[in-house]
Every structure is written in structure tokens, then in C-alpha cells.
Design a protein around this ligand. Structure first.
Ligand code: NAI
Ligand code: 2YC
Ligand code: MG
Length: 270
């Protein structure tokens, strides 16, 4: 289980602002508007309680604070409970929280205690980052051949990558998949109408999704100049040199984007 570290979160405030602007430049809508549209829901000033959880590896420095910053950055009302775990849960509910955010080492969940909806971070992260690619406007890829606009390379088909793949297919994309684990790849091409990326017969893409815990997973031959890479993967899938050389636009942020996707999944229908 790839866990965040305090170091992963130290620049998240700037990353959140930068990536929100980038999403608007690519898709024409900012993150909140895009999330509301994905789930058909609306924010109605629900109060959000964040509960630090000591299970497993314990509290991760900056984790709760990063969630609170995300909520407040988007104008929402939230608080971090004084107490942790069950005592924190009791505190949040009695303080009037409508939505609970909490994470152990296995699941980061958003639970709306009013309507019963519950969201899973890895699923919602896969959905929102893949939607950025689906919703990137064709005119962003000035002069690219139209045949490439619907083709997406998806790398890392795990707990985040699989929901992303399902969303890309549901949205009509022509998806090529790659995963370092041959068993994963065999299962995926068996189950879905997708092609396996063959490093021996390289293909290049304008749209790439990546969700692996490895750095530098994007090979040069995968990139068409001007490509968009949408990657929740930590560490970043592409180094600065390749990013500059191929003029790659990269959407990558450690926690906030996925959290906004979770909250919009559990809000009430618009
Ligand atoms: P996972 O372990 O379920 O899936 C990772 C997949 O990538 C596996 O199928 C694995 O075989 C494959 N893989 C590993 N190294 C590879 C490589 N070098 N090339 C190609 N495939 C490779 O992990 P999960 O939960 O899907 O998370 C993936 C990444 O996303 C992790 O780095 C995690 O920290 C990050 N993450 C980021 C979030 C965010 O908001 N930015 C939220 C949730 C997860
Ligand atoms: O501080 C706390 O409350 C900790 N119990 C939080 C643990 C989060 C563990 N999960 C992760 O680091 C990753 C995140 C990217 C979100 C999903 N898994
Ligand atoms: Mg994120």
C-alpha cells in the first residue's frame, strides 16, 4: 500500500492552485465545476469533519491539515477533531458534521451521514484524473492528427488505475494499457476490450494516464509532443527533462484533487 509521507504533502497548497488552473485551461471548467458535472451533485454547505486515525502506520504529518486546507481553499466549512479514532468520530458527529473524512492505511473514505453515500479515495482519484483527459478540449492539441485525440495510454492498472480504465472505456476512449505486472496485464486485456502496450512495438500518445508508485515510468517513445499526462502517481511519472523536451502538460497533485472528487461523489444530487 503506497502511503503518503509528510514530504509528499509539503507543496500541496501550490500544487492544488496550479493544477486547478491547469484543469480549467485544459477542459474549460475548474475542478469544482468538473466534479459537480461528473457526479451530477451540488455542494450545499455541508459541514465536513476530518478525523485523524492512529491505526496501522498512524497519523501522517500534514495529512489532516492538507484535507482541511483543501476544503477551505474551495470555500467549504470543515474542522479537524481534537480527538482521534472513535473518540474523534463521536466528536465530529456531535459537533454537527454532515460528512466524515478519515483514512487508515487501507482506505481513505468520505461518508455523508445524512444521505448515506460513501466514497473511496482510490476510485474517485481514478475517475477525476481520467476525466481530465476525456474533457481536455481538442483545440488544446493544436494541429495534432485527429486520430490521436481519442487514444489514451493507461499505465498502472491497480486500485486507482482500474477505476480510471473503466471510466475511460465508459467515456468511449480507445485505451492502450501497460502494467509492470504481466499477471495484471493478462487479466485486464482478458476482461476489457483494450490493447496491451508493447514496448517492443512502441506507440506514441497525446493523452496518458499513470497511477504507479514509481518515478519515470513514461518512456520517450510513448510521447507525442504537446501531450497531456494526468497522473495521481507518486512520485511523478515523468522527469523535468522529458517534460520540457516533449512540452508535456502534467496534472499531478498528492491529495486534494482526489479528495474533491470524493466529496462531490457524496454530495446530494443537484
Ligand atoms: P496499486 O499498487 O494498487 O497499483 C499500482 C499498479 O502499478 C500495480 O498494478 C503495479 O503492478 C503497477 N506498477 C508498479 N510499478 C510500475 C511501473 N514501473 N510501470 C508500470 N506499472 C507499474 O496502487 P494504487 O493504490 O493504485 O496507487 C497508485 C499510485 O497512486 C501510488 O503512488 C499512490 O500513492 C498514488 N495515489 C495518489 C493519489 C493522489 O491523490 N494523488 C490518491 C491515491 C493514490
Ligand atoms: O493521519 C492519518 O489520519 C492517517 N491515518 C492517514 C493515512 C492515509 C494513508 N493513505 C495514503 O497515504 C494514500 C493517500 C494517497 C490517499 C489514499 N492512500
Ligand atoms: Mg490528488
Amino acid at each position: 500500500m503506497a502511503l503518503l509521507t509528510p514530504d509528499d504533502l509539503k507543496n500541496m497548497k501550490n500544487a492544488l492552485v496550479r493544477n486547478d488552473r491547469l484543469i480549467e485551461k485544459l477542459t474549460g471548467t475548474d475542478l469544482k465545476t468538473m466534479c459537480a458535472d461528473i457526479y451530477g451533485t451540488a455542494w450545499r454547505h455541508e459541514k465536513i469533519g476530518i478525523i485523524p486515525i492512529t491505526a496501522g502506520g498512524g497519523i501522517i504529518g500534514r495529512f489532516s491539515e492538507s484535507l482541511l486546507h483543501t476544503i477551505r481553499h474551495f470555500g467549504m466549512e470543515g474542522f479537524i477533531t481534537e480527538k482521534t479514532d472513535v473518540a474523534g468520530y463521536y466528536e465530529a458527529v456531535t459537533a454537527g458534521a454532515d460528512i466524515i473524512l478519515m483514512a487508515d492505511d487501507y482506505t481513505f473514505a468520505a461518508h455523508n451521514i445524512r444521505n448515506g453515500k460513501i466514497a473511496h479515495n482510490q476510485i474517485c482519484t481514478g475517475i477525476v484524473y481520467s476525466e481530465v483527459l476525456v474533457r481536455t478540449r481538442d483545440e488544446f492539441f493544436k494541429g495534432a492528427d485527429s486520430g490521436s485525440l481519442n487514444r489514451v495510454l493507461a499505465i498502472g492498472i491497480g486500485k486507482v488505475g482500474r477505476p480510471a480504465l473503466e471510466n475511460l472505456i465508459a467515456r468511449g476512449c480507445d485505451v492502450c494499457v501497460y502494467d509492470a505486472d504481466p499477471a495484471v496485464l493478462d487479466r485486464i486485456v482478458e476482461e476489457f476490450d483494450v490493447r496491451r502496450y508493447d514496448p517492443e512495438k512502441p506507440q506514441s500518445f497525446l493523452k496518458i494516464f499513470e497511477a504507479t508508485p514509481c518515478a519515470d515510468t513514461i518512456r520517450e517513445e510513448m510521447l507525442i509532443p504537446g501531450a497531456v499526462l494526468s497522473t495521481p502517481g507518486i512520485p511523478c511519472a515523468i522527469g523535468k527533462e522529458k517534460r520540457v523536451k516533449y512540452n508535456v502538460t502534467t496534472v499531478q497533485e498528492p491529495l486534494g484533487i482526489g479528495t474533491m472528487s470524493m466529496l462531490y461523489q457524496v454530495f446530494d444530487k443537484a
